[in-house]
Design a protein around this ligand. Sequence first.
Ligand code: ADP
Ligand code: MG
Length: 628
Amino acid sequence: MSKKQKKMLVRIITAAVILIALYFIPVTGILRFALYLIPYFIIGYDILLKAAKGIKNRQIFDENFLMAVATIGAIALAVYDQSGDYTEAIAVMLFYQVGEWFQSYAVGKSRRNISDLMDIRPDYANIERDGKLEKVDPDEVEIGSVIVVQPGEKIPIDGVVMEGVSSLNTSALTGESLPRDVKDGDEIISGCINMTGVLKIRTTKEFGESTVSKILDLVENASSRKSKSEDFISKFARIYTPAVCIAALALAILPPLVRMIVLGLTAQWHVWIYRALTFLVISCPCALVISIPLSFFAGIGGASKAGVLVKGSNYLETLSQTKIVVFDKTGTLTQGVFEVNGIHHNELENEKLVEYAALAESASSHPISKSLQRAYGKPLDRSRVTDIQEISGNGVIAKVDGVEVAAGNDKLMNRLGISYIPCHSVGTIIHMAIRGQYAGHIVISDVIKPRAQEAIHALKEAGVKKTVMLTGDTRKVADQVAKTLGLDEVYSELLPAGKVEKVETLLKQKPEKEKLAFVGDGINDAPVLSRADIGIAMGAMGSDAAIEAADVVLMDDDPMKISKAIRISRKCLRIVYQNIVFAIGIKLICLALGAFGIANMWVAIFADVGVMILAVLNAIRALFVKNL
Ligand code: ADP
Ligand code: MG
């Protein structure tokens, strides 16, 4: 509980005690009035001040104004009637404050929850100096420095393990509870917790560019992107409150006038003024105004706990309407870790061909190039490579030891005007040309991710109508993968621009209300990620481009998370709609009852606070996504 909340609680209790005590003290007249003003001001002074400020700033219509007018009006009526019944007005203020208190408590609590569960910010990095460990600000560590992470500490900066073996707890990032084993040579990302061994890590990024910083940025900015429902609510509140005030005024004036002039009856002013005041109390829109953003907030928090980062409530909303999911192949449905299956060549030896390929690819971040470098297995002397040119969706051209080397698919060979020998093996073929002469090809093949098939199935179960795969790879490979996974459509041999075109066609074909999600790893598909209704990036474990371009980031490469993300968003939106319908529904009923004099102020305030508490509790449900 914050200090402010504690203070409020004291005020609530004090006012309540005084109010109960006054009930037993039989005083009348002006003394009674004065005594009752004490609890009224204790509990309501800030509301009265805020209402006065609102009037001064010409932003009159807010709930402070509604409460101030309603309670002052009720007290005035009691004075006028000489009934001395001030309890009601004070109780209304009291319960209103109880509601406010509960709301700030709930919001504070869930906010804290979310930052707790995103508790990945490292406080320091250890640097070894003269055989001693020194704690420094992660911001000060330069790229290429060596940091030491002890068991129990967070990895502060992205890097590569130089020394040591350990297991990492990645659950704060990925929602995955299985530890991940690392050894020297492995890339690791910041935000994980080192569990068992001491690790020496050579940093590959600055702190500001590391995964932790990126994710924290994302989470902190998520609530600033508003969804349509939130927009609707703030517009609604802007029109609603003034409308209610006008209606209340009409309720206070018109019926008495009609009674007097038309029906020739007594006016009954105080009856109608009382009903109008009740009307004002009922109409406070607090439940809606607070519970909708809170639901989204909880939904985003719940998602990040499950390893799904959603960049804003608007994306959560779009995600819930996803009916078509388009996948990139390499790194998304497949592991992006290619094994060399065969090497067919003219005169060079196997090893020489792979060496040239690995060197030419040394600057590329494509999974293919990484795999070729791994297949070569020896350290690469990058100074042997110059004039590197990567043609996306084709391959690379570079000079190795001053000799022109081209490595890529048949598109690249056609582009260079080199005749090549087609290969009959199923696999991704890397044709090689050296000095403009065809030198042979390397057949590599990728493995489908273990849970990819299950993931496609889960999407269908989650109500996705169509699954599509786009790839720059050859038709044979693409068809095989699509068939194994049970995808509905597949388009192969696409250049990055072709992927954008394909997605645009798909976007045109579908009805506006059904949304299209594109899932990719950010390599050769960043433009598609931003073009789709919603871009989902696989593997925040690597590609920065993906995190930038995507709307939703899956913290591990598990394709199962796509359907999970959709389910989380659906649950959240369901809660949002429940709250909208529930809150507006109860309000309308109470307003009607109030206008006919069936509901008095007591009923009104209980309805208001009750609805708010239920709506807030309902909103918090969005945080729980474990079993979705
Ligand atoms: P995907 O759509 O499967 O992710 P890409 O669009 O990234 O594939 O690449 C399509 C094809 O382009 C690859 O299958 C490969 O033949 C070729 N290619 C792309 N980049 C490279 C590279 N760095 N080295 C060799 N070939 C490449
Ligand atoms: Mg790709």
